[in-house]
Design a protein around this ligand. Structure first.
Ligand code: DOR
Ligand code: ZN
Length: 346
């Protein structure tokens, strides 16, 4: 079965700064192996991507190594309110960290939030990591400044109901949900391996996300690789690898009748393209085998993380082939594209 190339709007590469966790080559190889032909990378690298110089540096690293097409987000800081707009056309969008996360980017004051909401061009993607009450405040700020806002990784019942209410009011909000918040609860992964932001929810949270599928615009992996050794330390960093397991999990849900293929294509391609204004890729598609039975295991994954929160899960449906701009870049379980084959999207 042929599907369009998938787009992941929320991926953490670790280059520059922590290439032992992931670099542009390993991360985009994982993307291609997962059926993604375009990815949008988050700015919480070391150093973070916050201005024209850091954006140009990161993009040059990506251009040398990427196996799939990509764009890079800028991160909002207390200092860069009046500079980000200059780079709007070269970036995936502006990311606002309004709650605790991995890395130094965090915007505390409402004044700063508002300044960024006003300064960032209305026709360029603005994405917020905003949980619970912060999400309510971010939606209000979007309404007050009359601009679109995309909410990253909606994870709880109260959050998805909030997004639903905002949409019913006609506010210009869109949202994404991760596979881990749809398929796991906090009871599934105790200890360091289960650390992730937003935290895994309860059965009730997971049920509410599935019941409100119509409110979910995109599925985004929030691929956030940390090594198994780091996850097993006393102070584990939050985050899960997810690029290579997302589509098999969603195709399994299709085989169980919990989703349709159209649901998947809408949320992993069409809607993402629209919301993030991503150009189409000519001669690009993926071939999936809807019947293939596999077991998820960290062995053989391209990500350097070296573990997966879905270890041992039985799946139905896998990626057989990925064709990007006319070239077969993945087949028989192997990434065939050369590093640098990936183009910048903007
Ligand atoms: O769990 C997370 N990990 N949540 C985030 O917001 C950041 C991410 C990371 O970069 O590791
Ligand atoms: Zn993230």
């Amino acid at each position: 079965m042929r599907l369009p190339g998938l787009i992941d709007p929320h991926v953490h590469m670790r280059e520059p700064g922590a290439t032992y966790k992931e670099d542009w080559a390993s991360g985009t190889a994982a993307a291609v192996a997962g059926g993604f032909t375009q990815i949008l990378a988050m700015p919480n690298t070391e150093p973070p991507v916050v201005d024209g110089a850091s954006l140009a540096h990161t993009v040059s690293l990506a251009e040398a190594k990427a196996h799939c097409d990509f764009a890079q987000f800028l991160g909002a800081t207390a200092e860069n309110v009046h500079q980000t707009a200059d780079c709007a056309d070269q970036s995936a969008g502006l990311k606002l960290y309004l709650d605790q996360t991995y890395g130094p980017l965090r915007l505390e004051s409402l004044d700063l939030w508002k300044a960024h909401f006003l300064a960032w061009p209305k026709d360029r993607p603005l994405v917020a990591h905003a949980e619970g009450r912060s999400m309510a405040a971010a939606i209000l700020m979007a309404a007050l400044t009359d601009r679109p806002l995309h909410l990253a990784h909606v994870a709880t019942r109260e959050e998805i109901l909030l997004v639903r209410a905002a949409k019913e009011k006609g506010l210009k909000v869109t949202c994404e949900v991760t596979p881990h918040h749809l398929f796991l609860t906090s009871a599934d992964l105790p200890g360091g391996r289960g650390e992730v932001r937003p935290r895994l929810g309860s059965d009730e949270d997971v049920r509410a996300l599935w019941e409100n599928l119509a409110v979910i615009d995109c599925f985004a992996t929030d691929h956030a690789p940390h090594t198994a050794a780091e996850k097993d330390c006393p102070d584990p960093p939050p985050g899960f690898p997810g690029l290579e397991t997302a589509l098999p999990l969603f195709l399994t849900a299709v085989s169980e009748g919990r989703l349709t293929l159209e649901d998947v294509v809408l949320r992993m391609s069409d809607n993402v393209r629209k919301i993030f204004k991503i150009p189409t890729q000519p001669d690009t598609w993926i071939e999936v085998d809807l019947d293939a039975k596999r077991e998820i295991t960290a062995e053989g994954l391209y990500s350097k993380a070296g573990w997966t929160p879905f270890e041992g899960w039985q799946t139905r449906g896998c990626v057989q082939q990925v064709v990007l701009r006319g070239e077969t870049v993945f087949q028989h379980g192997k990434v065939l594209a050369q590093p640098g084959f990936g183009n910048r999207i903007r």
